[in-house]
Design a protein around this ligand. Structure first.
Ligand SMILES: Nc1ncnc2c1ncn2[C@@H]1O[C@H](COP(=O)(O)OP(=O)(O)OP(=O)(O)O)[C@@H](O)[C@H]1O
Ligand SMILES: [Mg+2]
Length: 335
C-alpha cells in the first residue's frame, strides 16, 4: 500500500439474507483504492451497493470476505476513526436540539475541548502520521469551531434554531457540518448533494474543492453524474454490486470521443454530395457554412480532403465527446 493510499479495498464481498435460505450478493469482489487529497466519486444507480460499501468501509456493516484498510490500518483503530468525517445518506438528528446543541454533542463525542491543539491524536507509527498531524487540530474554543463549521455550510442564521424547523436541505447542510467538526483527514459522504438546491450544490462543491486544497481526501457516493464530472479526480462505477469501471474523469471522457464535427465554408454541389455520400451535414449559423457530422472518426481525413477538393475552407474540426453521464448510462446498460 503506497503512502498516498488512504482507502484500500481488496476482494470485498458482502451478502444480505434474502428470505430463509437465500443470500443477496450486495458487493461482489470489490477492489478499490483512493489516494490522498483526491475527490473520488462512487457512482451507480439506485440499489447498486454504494451505501453498503460506505457502511462497510466505516465498519458499520460486517463484510463476508476481503479486506479494507484506511491509512494502512483497520477501521476499528481509534486513531483512524478519529480522522474520519461521515455524512450518512439520511442524517437523523434529535429534532428538539438546536444546530449549535447537536454540534456540541458531536464535539463531545470526539472529545474536543477548548484550546485543544489536536482534538485527535495523529495516527502513530503509520506512514501517515506526519500528514495527519499536519491537518489535525484547531486553536480556540469548541464553540468557535462549531460556529465556523455551521457558517461554512451556510447555516449562520439558523445556529440557534431547533432542528424540527429545519428543511431537508438545511439538515443536509448540518450533516456536512457535523462531518467536518473533527477536522478529519478523510471525509466519507453518502449522497452529499441530495436535497440541496442548485446554490447549495455549488456551495458544497466549493467546500469540497477547498478541503482538497487542504490535503483532505473525499470519498462520496452519488447517482448525479454531472456533479461528479465537475468535481472528481477519479470515479468508480458500480452496478449490481460489481465495479464495472474505475478511472480518472478525463480518461473516461476521452474514451467517449465518438464523433467528429467539421465546420467548413463553401457551396454544396452535386459533385460534393456524390463524394461525401452518407456523411450527414447541417447548415451552421453563418452564411455558407456547414457542419459535417462524421460518425466514423477514421473517415475524418478523407472527408477533409473531399471538402478541400470541392473548394471548401475548413473552419474547425472538433471531437464530439459523450458526457460522462451518457458514457456511464451506456456502461450500465451494456453490463
Ligand atoms: N439491510 C439490508 N438487508 C437486505 N438487503 C439490503 C440491506 N441493505 C441493502 N440491501 C440491498 O442491497 C442492495 C444495495 O443496497 P444499497 O443501499 O447499498 O444501494 P445504493 O447503491 O446505496 O442505492 P441508493 O442509490 O438507492 O442509495 C440493494 O439491492 C438493497 O435492497
Ligand atoms: Mg445509498
Amino acid at each position: 500500500m503506497s503512502e498516498q493510499t488512504v482507502i484500500q479495498i481488496k476482494a470485498l464481498n458482502k451478502t444480505y439474507p434474502r428470505g430463509f435460505v437465500h443470500r443477496y450478493e450486495a458487493l461482489k469482489n470489490v477492489d478499490l483504492s483512493v489516494n490522498k487529497a483526491e475527490i473520488f466519486g462512487f457512482l451507480g444507480p439506485n440499489g447498486a451497493g454504494k451505501t453498503t460499501l460506505i457502511k462497510s468501509i466505516l465498519g458499520l456493516l460486517k463484510h463476508d470476505s476481503g479486506s479494507i484498510k484506511l491509512f494502512d490500518k483497520d477501521i476499528d483503530n481509534t486513531d483512524v476513526k478519529n480522522n474520519i468525517g461521515y455524512l450518512p445518506e439520511t442524517p437523523n438528528f434529535y429534532s428538539y436540539l438546536t444546530a449549535f446543541e447537536i454540534m456540541k454533542l458531536y464535539a463531545r463525542l470526539y472529545n474536543m475541548k477548548d484550546s485543544f491543539l489536536t482534538p485527535h491524536p495523529p495516527l502513530s507509527g503509520g506512514q501517515h502520521s506526519e500528514s495527519l498531524s499536519d491537518n489535525g487540530g484547531f486553536k480556540g474554543s469548541v464553540d468557535a469551531v462549531i460556529k465556523e463549521k455551521l457558517e461554512l455550510v451556510g447555516l449562520k442564521d439558523a445556529i440557534h434554531t431547533r432542528l424540527r424547523a429545519f428543511s431537508k436541505g438545511m439538515l443536509q447542510r448540518l450533516g456536512m457540518a457535523q462531518a467536518l467538526i473533527n477536522d478529519p483527514a478523510l471525509l466519507i459522504l453518502d449522497e452529499p448533494m441530495s436535497g440541496l438546491d442548485p446554490i447549495g450544490r455549488a456551495e458544497f462543491k466549493e467546500i469540497m474543492r477547498s478541503l482538497r486544497k487542504q490535503g483532505k481526501t473525499i470519498f462520496f457516493s452519488s447517482h448525479i453524474i454531472p456533479d461528479a464530472e465537475e468535481l472528481c479526480d477519479r470515479v468508480a462505477v458500480i452496478r449490481k454490486g460489481q465495479i464495472i469501471k474505475t478511472g480518472s474523469v478525463t480518461e473516461l471522457v476521452d474514451t467517449g470521443i465518438v464523433n467528429v464535427d467539421i465546420t467548413a465554408k463553401g457551396k454544396i454541389t452535386d459533385q460534393l454530395k456524390q463524394g461525401l455520400k452518407d456523411i450527414l451535414y447541417s447548415p451552421a449559423t453563418s452564411n455558407n457554412q456547414y457542419i459535417f457530422h462524421i460518425k466514423d472518426m477514421g473517415r475524418t481525413n478523407a472527408v477533409l480532403s473531399e471538402l478541400m477538393k470541392n473548394g471548401f475552407t475548413i473552419i474547425k474540426v472538433e471531437p464530439v465527446r459523450q458526457t460522462l453521464e451518457t458514457l456511464i448510462s451506456n456502461m450500465i446498460k451494456e453490463n
